[in-house]
Design a protein around this ligand. Structure first.
Ligand code: AMP
Length: 397
């Protein structure tokens, strides 16, 4: 599903484009419509599925298209940790870049200056507040937080909040909020305690359960932990080894597809590219050439990761780490179809380690790390940081 089909405001579509998202992830496809319709939601969805944008996009759309109080807080997103608060605030900044929506992250552990800055925003009003429960209560107890116009409450990673003992804090925060509001709850798991909390907060919610598919077991998955500059030489080496007969290399961005294809053509590999800048006719021609073995390597964006019927691919290379876990599963699922075996390699740069760790979490097990031959020089350690460096948004001036 394309974002444009959802009727999102043009300014938000521009933000989506700047973030590099092309199609909606499964969780986005399921939750955005009911949110746009104003319904309460309870959604079981893990990190790595695109759940943040799933609630931010309809929220931003509703904020900019329906009248709202600019001197008030319109939406509150409560999250368990300051890292998540920062990460969501970054996503808001990216997705709302072409709108005038304001936001602030409010979390504990900062100095007196940050408390004063938060107080100022909460007193004068800000469209969206992303907060950790304890810090929000500290502000609420002082009485200056402008909440009369609040229309949206979002609880993200609600199961972690319960595990961390924030249940009473959340209940207390809700006593400060107007009763007429839309409530959205996202949680990776749905224990009984969660249902009890949901009953107290949500009104007649739409329940959404995103079943995470698992990759077929016969796929050998390996990740190579590398520096960005090592990716192209390593891929050339993998492709020259001739151990594989039909290969798809996935890149998240069309620019990378074009650049990599050009590099591979330079070294006389039989390669073509597939991305949305090509017309349908050329795409079909390149696919046909690949099927007929005129070429044996396709470099493609995720438009090729779903629903393309080519059976005998023996290697999938992820030039970069896909943006969400479902894309990873779809990409590597291009190999090992029809019960044959297949191999999937993923090149993980330093910046992508966090994103890859999220995918491993989604898969429920770590992916084997392959050894990079010494000739390519030293490689980084695999030490994914807890804090987010995942946001691939680049500012457009
Ligand atoms: P989340 O599950 O919200 O933590 O998102 C995981 C990652 O997927 C983040 O890096 C997002 O920027 C990215 N992402 C979210 N939606 C999309 C999409 N529709 N297409 C590509 N990447 C996405």
């Amino acid at each position: 599903m394309k974002f444009i089909d959802l009727g999102l405001d043009q300014r938000i579509l521009e933000g989506i484009d700047a973030m590099g998202y092309e199609t909606a992830t499964p969780v986005q496809q399921q939750v955005m419509v009911p949110i746009l319709e104003g319904k309460d939601i309870i959604a079981a969805a893990q990190t790595g599925t695109g759940k943040t944008a799933a609630f931010l996009l309809p929220l931003l759309h509703r904020l900019i298209t329906s009248p709202h109080q600019s001197g008030d807080i319109n939406a509150m997103i409560i999250v368990p940790t300051r890292e998540l608060a920062i990460q969501i605030a970054e996503s808001i900044e990216g997705l709302s870049y072409f709108t005038d929506v304001s936001s602030i992250a409010v979390y504990g552990g900062g100095d007196g200056n940050s408390f004063t800055a938060e107080k100022k925003a909460l007193t004068s009003g800000v469209d969206i507040v992303v907060c950790t429960p304890g810090r929000m209560i500290a502000h609420l107890n002082m009485g200056y937080v402008k909440l009369k116009g609040l229309k949206y409450l979002i609880l993200d990673e609600a199961d972690r909040m319960l595990d961390m003992g924030f249940s009473d804090d959340i209940a207390k925060i809700t006593t400060f909020l107007p009763v007429q509001r839309q409530n959205l709850l996202f949680s990776a798991t749905m224990p009984v305690k969660m249902r009890e909390l949901a009953k107290k907060i949500l009104k007649d919610p739409v329940e959404i359960n995103i079943a995470i598919s698992k990759p077929p077991e016969q796929i050998i998955q390996k990740a190579f932990i590398v520096y960005e500059a090592q990716k192209v030489p390593i891929i050339k080496d993998m492709l020259h080894s001739k151990r594989f007969t039909k290969v798809i290399v996935f890149c998240s961005k069309k620019q990378n597809v074009k650049q990599l294809t050009a590099e591979l053509k330079k070294v006389k590999l039989l390669v073509e590219e597939i991305h949305s800048d090509l017309d349908q006719k050329s795409r079909e021609q390149y696919l046909q050439d690949f099927r007929n073995q005129k070429t044996n390597i396709l470099v493609a964006t995720d438009i090729l990761s779903r629903g393309i019927d080519i059976d005998d691919i023996d290697l999938v290379i992820n030039y970069d780490v896909p943006n969400d876990g479902e894309d990873y599963i779809h990409r590597i699922g291009r190999t090992a179809r029809a019960a044959t075996s297949g191999t999937a390699f993923t090149l993980v740069s330093e910046k992508e380690q966090r994103k890859f760790a999220d995918i491993e979490e989604l898969l429920g097990l770590p992916v084997i790390k392959g050894k990079v031959p010494d000739e390519f020089g030293p490689t980084p350690e695999y030490a994914p940081k807890k804090s987010s460096t995942r946001n691939n948004f680049k500012r457009r001036k």
